[in-house]
Design a protein around this ligand. Structure first.
Ligand SMILES: Cc1cc2nc3c(=O)[nH]c(=O)nc-3n(C[C@H](O)[C@H](O)[C@H](O)COP(=O)(O)O)c2cc1C
Length: 237
Protein backbone atom coordinates (compact mmCIF):
# COMPACT_ATOMS: atom_id res chain seq x y z
CA UNK A 1 0.00 0.00 0.00
CA UNK A 2 1.41 3.42 -0.87
CA UNK A 3 2.03 5.95 1.89
CA UNK A 4 -0.63 8.22 0.39
CA UNK A 5 -3.21 5.40 0.31
CA UNK A 6 -2.46 4.62 3.94
CA UNK A 7 -2.92 8.25 4.99
CA UNK A 8 -6.16 8.51 2.98
CA UNK A 9 -7.58 5.33 4.49
CA UNK A 10 -6.51 6.04 8.06
CA UNK A 11 -7.88 9.59 8.09
CA UNK A 12 -11.03 9.59 10.14
CA UNK A 13 -13.27 11.97 12.02
CA UNK A 14 -12.11 12.35 15.60
CA UNK A 15 -15.17 12.52 17.80
CA UNK A 16 -13.56 11.89 21.20
CA UNK A 17 -12.24 14.63 23.52
CA UNK A 18 -8.79 16.09 22.91
CA UNK A 19 -6.14 16.79 25.53
CA UNK A 20 -6.10 20.59 26.00
CA UNK A 21 -2.59 20.44 27.46
CA UNK A 22 -1.14 19.11 24.19
CA UNK A 23 -0.84 22.05 21.79
CA UNK A 24 -0.37 21.87 18.03
CA UNK A 25 3.24 22.89 17.42
CA UNK A 26 4.02 25.96 15.29
CA UNK A 27 5.87 23.74 12.80
CA UNK A 28 2.92 21.35 12.41
CA UNK A 29 0.48 24.24 12.10
CA UNK A 30 2.66 25.72 9.36
CA UNK A 31 2.66 22.43 7.46
CA UNK A 32 -1.13 22.22 7.68
CA UNK A 33 -1.52 25.80 6.42
CA UNK A 34 1.01 25.08 3.67
CA UNK A 35 -1.07 22.06 2.58
CA UNK A 36 -4.13 24.32 2.30
CA UNK A 37 -2.23 26.69 -0.02
CA UNK A 38 -1.78 24.03 -2.66
CA UNK A 39 -5.36 22.81 -2.78
CA UNK A 40 -7.06 23.16 -6.15
CA UNK A 41 -9.70 25.91 -6.29
CA UNK A 42 -11.97 26.93 -9.16
CA UNK A 43 -10.14 29.47 -11.37
CA UNK A 44 -7.39 29.33 -8.73
CA UNK A 45 -9.57 31.79 -6.78
CA UNK A 46 -8.13 30.60 -3.45
CA UNK A 47 -11.45 31.75 -2.07
CA UNK A 48 -10.62 31.21 1.59
CA UNK A 49 -8.94 32.67 4.64
CA UNK A 50 -8.20 30.77 7.82
CA UNK A 51 -8.54 32.12 11.33
CA UNK A 52 -6.34 30.12 13.68
CA UNK A 53 -7.79 30.23 17.20
CA UNK A 54 -5.37 29.00 19.86
CA UNK A 55 -5.79 31.70 22.48
CA UNK A 56 -7.21 30.02 25.60
CA UNK A 57 -9.42 32.97 26.60
CA UNK A 58 -10.86 33.20 23.09
CA UNK A 59 -11.45 29.44 22.92
CA UNK A 60 -13.33 29.74 26.17
CA UNK A 61 -15.47 32.58 24.82
CA UNK A 62 -16.27 30.57 21.70
CA UNK A 63 -17.03 27.59 23.95
CA UNK A 64 -19.63 29.66 25.78
CA UNK A 65 -21.62 30.33 22.60
CA UNK A 66 -24.71 28.17 22.57
CA UNK A 67 -26.29 26.27 19.72
CA UNK A 68 -29.58 24.47 19.62
CA UNK A 69 -30.28 21.26 17.74
CA UNK A 70 -32.90 21.77 15.01
CA UNK A 71 -35.75 19.49 14.00
CA UNK A 72 -34.44 19.63 10.43
CA UNK A 73 -31.07 18.27 11.59
CA UNK A 74 -32.64 15.53 13.70
CA UNK A 75 -34.94 14.36 10.87
CA UNK A 76 -32.26 14.34 8.19
CA UNK A 77 -29.69 12.87 10.58
CA UNK A 78 -32.05 9.97 11.27
CA UNK A 79 -32.18 9.10 7.57
CA UNK A 80 -28.41 8.42 7.57
CA UNK A 81 -28.34 6.17 10.61
CA UNK A 82 -27.86 2.45 11.11
CA UNK A 83 -28.57 0.79 14.43
CA UNK A 84 -26.09 -2.07 14.36
CA UNK A 85 -22.68 -2.70 12.86
CA UNK A 86 -24.27 -5.36 10.64
CA UNK A 87 -26.83 -2.91 9.28
CA UNK A 88 -24.16 -0.30 8.63
CA UNK A 89 -21.89 -2.85 6.97
CA UNK A 90 -24.76 -3.85 4.68
CA UNK A 91 -25.75 -0.28 3.80
CA UNK A 92 -22.12 0.83 3.35
CA UNK A 93 -23.12 4.49 3.83
CA UNK A 94 -24.02 6.61 6.83
CA UNK A 95 -23.09 6.33 10.47
CA UNK A 96 -24.05 4.48 13.62
CA UNK A 97 -26.99 5.81 15.63
CA UNK A 98 -25.16 4.95 18.84
CA UNK A 99 -23.06 8.10 18.30
CA UNK A 100 -26.06 10.19 19.31
CA UNK A 101 -28.18 10.51 22.47
CA UNK A 102 -31.02 7.91 22.39
CA UNK A 103 -33.70 10.63 22.16
CA UNK A 104 -32.18 11.98 18.95
CA UNK A 105 -32.57 8.69 17.16
CA UNK A 106 -36.18 7.94 18.00
CA UNK A 107 -38.30 9.24 15.07
CA UNK A 108 -41.40 9.38 17.29
CA UNK A 109 -39.69 11.84 19.64
CA UNK A 110 -37.86 14.09 17.17
CA UNK A 111 -40.37 16.99 17.13
CA UNK A 112 -40.66 16.98 20.92
CA UNK A 113 -36.90 16.70 21.46
CA UNK A 114 -36.27 19.59 19.07
CA UNK A 115 -38.87 21.83 20.72
CA UNK A 116 -37.56 21.13 24.23
CA UNK A 117 -33.84 20.94 23.45
CA UNK A 118 -31.76 23.14 25.71
CA UNK A 119 -29.12 25.23 23.92
CA UNK A 120 -25.74 23.51 24.27
CA UNK A 121 -22.47 25.40 24.69
CA UNK A 122 -19.94 24.92 21.90
CA UNK A 123 -17.45 23.73 24.48
CA UNK A 124 -19.22 20.38 24.08
CA UNK A 125 -18.23 20.40 20.41
CA UNK A 126 -14.72 21.80 20.89
CA UNK A 127 -14.00 19.21 23.60
CA UNK A 128 -10.53 20.20 24.67
CA UNK A 129 -9.16 21.15 21.27
CA UNK A 130 -6.21 23.53 21.74
CA UNK A 131 -6.47 24.87 18.16
CA UNK A 132 -9.41 25.58 15.93
CA UNK A 133 -9.08 26.49 12.28
CA UNK A 134 -12.03 28.57 11.13
CA UNK A 135 -12.30 28.43 7.36
CA UNK A 136 -13.98 31.53 5.98
CA UNK A 137 -14.84 32.82 2.49
CA UNK A 138 -15.99 36.00 0.81
CA UNK A 139 -19.68 35.49 0.06
CA UNK A 140 -19.74 38.39 -2.45
CA UNK A 141 -17.41 36.58 -4.86
CA UNK A 142 -17.99 33.45 -6.89
CA UNK A 143 -16.25 31.35 -9.50
CA UNK A 144 -17.19 32.56 -13.00
CA UNK A 145 -20.77 31.60 -13.94
CA UNK A 146 -21.01 29.24 -10.98
CA UNK A 147 -24.61 29.45 -9.87
CA UNK A 148 -24.96 29.31 -6.12
CA UNK A 149 -21.14 29.35 -6.11
CA UNK A 150 -21.14 25.56 -6.28
CA UNK A 151 -17.58 25.63 -7.63
CA UNK A 152 -16.54 27.91 -4.77
CA UNK A 153 -17.94 25.46 -2.21
CA UNK A 154 -16.24 22.53 -3.92
CA UNK A 155 -13.02 24.50 -3.65
CA UNK A 156 -13.56 24.93 0.11
CA UNK A 157 -13.95 21.15 0.26
CA UNK A 158 -10.59 20.72 -1.46
CA UNK A 159 -9.04 22.96 1.21
CA UNK A 160 -10.65 20.73 3.84
CA UNK A 161 -9.19 17.55 2.40
CA UNK A 162 -5.67 18.95 2.05
CA UNK A 163 -5.75 20.18 5.65
CA UNK A 164 -7.14 16.86 6.87
CA UNK A 165 -4.65 14.65 5.05
CA UNK A 166 -1.72 16.74 6.22
CA UNK A 167 -3.00 16.64 9.82
CA UNK A 168 -3.38 12.87 9.50
CA UNK A 169 0.16 12.48 8.18
CA UNK A 170 1.43 14.45 11.20
CA UNK A 171 -0.51 12.30 13.69
CA UNK A 172 -2.92 15.12 14.48
CA UNK A 173 -6.61 14.30 14.88
CA UNK A 174 -9.29 16.45 13.30
CA UNK A 175 -13.04 16.85 13.39
CA UNK A 176 -15.08 19.09 11.11
CA UNK A 177 -17.54 21.26 13.00
CA UNK A 178 -20.28 22.35 10.59
CA UNK A 179 -22.21 23.96 13.39
CA UNK A 180 -19.79 26.92 13.24
CA UNK A 181 -21.29 27.80 9.85
CA UNK A 182 -24.92 27.73 10.98
CA UNK A 183 -26.79 30.76 12.25
CA UNK A 184 -26.97 31.99 14.99
CA UNK A 185 -23.61 30.47 16.01
CA UNK A 186 -21.91 31.79 12.87
CA UNK A 187 -22.94 35.37 13.65
CA UNK A 188 -21.67 35.15 17.25
CA UNK A 189 -18.31 33.73 16.17
CA UNK A 190 -17.86 36.34 13.44
CA UNK A 191 -18.46 39.04 16.07
CA UNK A 192 -15.92 37.53 18.47
CA UNK A 193 -13.26 37.16 15.79
CA UNK A 194 -13.91 40.51 14.10
CA UNK A 195 -14.89 38.90 10.80
CA UNK A 196 -16.83 41.30 8.52
CA UNK A 197 -20.43 40.46 7.67
CA UNK A 198 -19.81 39.57 4.02
CA UNK A 199 -17.16 37.04 5.02
CA UNK A 200 -18.90 33.82 6.01
CA UNK A 201 -17.75 30.79 7.92
CA UNK A 202 -17.59 27.61 5.80
CA UNK A 203 -16.65 25.21 8.60
CA UNK A 204 -14.29 24.83 11.51
CA UNK A 205 -11.63 22.17 12.04
CA UNK A 206 -10.98 21.03 15.56
CA UNK A 207 -7.36 19.87 15.87
CA UNK A 208 -5.73 17.94 18.67
CA UNK A 209 -4.60 14.74 20.27
CA UNK A 210 -7.33 12.40 21.60
CA UNK A 211 -7.36 11.49 25.28
CA UNK A 212 -8.42 7.93 24.44
CA UNK A 213 -8.28 5.58 21.45
CA UNK A 214 -10.39 7.17 18.78
CA UNK A 215 -10.85 4.46 16.15
CA UNK A 216 -14.46 3.65 15.36
CA UNK A 217 -16.38 1.46 12.92
CA UNK A 218 -16.36 3.03 9.44
CA UNK A 219 -17.82 1.79 6.18
CA UNK A 220 -17.48 2.65 2.51
CA UNK A 221 -19.13 1.47 -0.69
CA UNK A 222 -17.04 -0.80 -2.90
CA UNK A 223 -15.61 0.50 -6.17
CA UNK A 224 -18.16 -1.46 -8.23
CA UNK A 225 -21.03 0.11 -6.24
CA UNK A 226 -20.36 3.59 -7.65
CA UNK A 227 -18.42 3.05 -10.88
CA UNK A 228 -20.05 2.93 -14.31
CA UNK A 229 -18.07 2.11 -17.43
CA UNK A 230 -18.94 4.21 -20.48
CA UNK A 231 -22.70 3.81 -19.93
CA UNK A 232 -24.61 4.45 -16.73
CA UNK A 233 -25.45 1.06 -15.22
CA UNK A 234 -22.55 -0.83 -16.85
CA UNK A 235 -20.79 -2.07 -13.75
CA UNK A 236 -17.94 -4.05 -15.31
CA UNK A 237 -15.33 -2.69 -17.74
C1 LIG B 1 -18.71 19.03 4.44
C2 LIG B 1 -18.57 18.13 5.64
C3 LIG B 1 -19.18 18.49 6.83
C4 LIG B 1 -19.03 17.69 7.97
N1 LIG B 1 -19.56 18.10 9.16
C5 LIG B 1 -19.31 17.36 10.27
C6 LIG B 1 -19.74 17.81 11.56
O1 LIG B 1 -20.34 18.88 11.71
N2 LIG B 1 -19.48 17.03 12.64
C7 LIG B 1 -18.80 15.84 12.52
O2 LIG B 1 -18.56 15.18 13.53
N3 LIG B 1 -18.39 15.39 11.32
C8 LIG B 1 -18.62 16.13 10.21
N4 LIG B 1 -18.17 15.69 8.98
C9 LIG B 1 -17.48 14.39 8.91
C10 LIG B 1 -18.32 13.29 8.26
O3 LIG B 1 -19.41 12.96 9.07
C11 LIG B 1 -17.39 12.09 8.08
O4 LIG B 1 -16.37 12.46 7.19
C12 LIG B 1 -18.11 10.86 7.55
O5 LIG B 1 -19.05 10.38 8.47
C13 LIG B 1 -17.11 9.75 7.26
O6 LIG B 1 -16.38 9.41 8.42
P1 LIG B 1 -14.80 9.54 8.49
O7 LIG B 1 -14.45 11.00 8.34
O8 LIG B 1 -14.42 9.04 9.84
O9 LIG B 1 -14.24 8.73 7.38
C14 LIG B 1 -18.30 16.48 7.87
C15 LIG B 1 -17.70 16.13 6.66
C16 LIG B 1 -17.81 16.94 5.56
C17 LIG B 1 -17.10 16.55 4.27
Amino acid sequence: MSELTRIIQERQSARTPFDPSLPISKEHLKQILEASRWAPTAHNMQNYEIVVVDDKALLEKIGNIKSRISEEFLRENYQQLSFSKEELQKKKTGILGTMFPPDWVDPAKIAEVASKAAPMPLTQSIRGSPTLLIIIYDSTKRAPASHGDVLGFMSLGCIMENIWLMAQSLGISLQILSTFAAPPVEVEIRKLLGIPEHIKIAYACRLGYPTSAAKYFRVRRDIEDFTHYNQFGTRKP
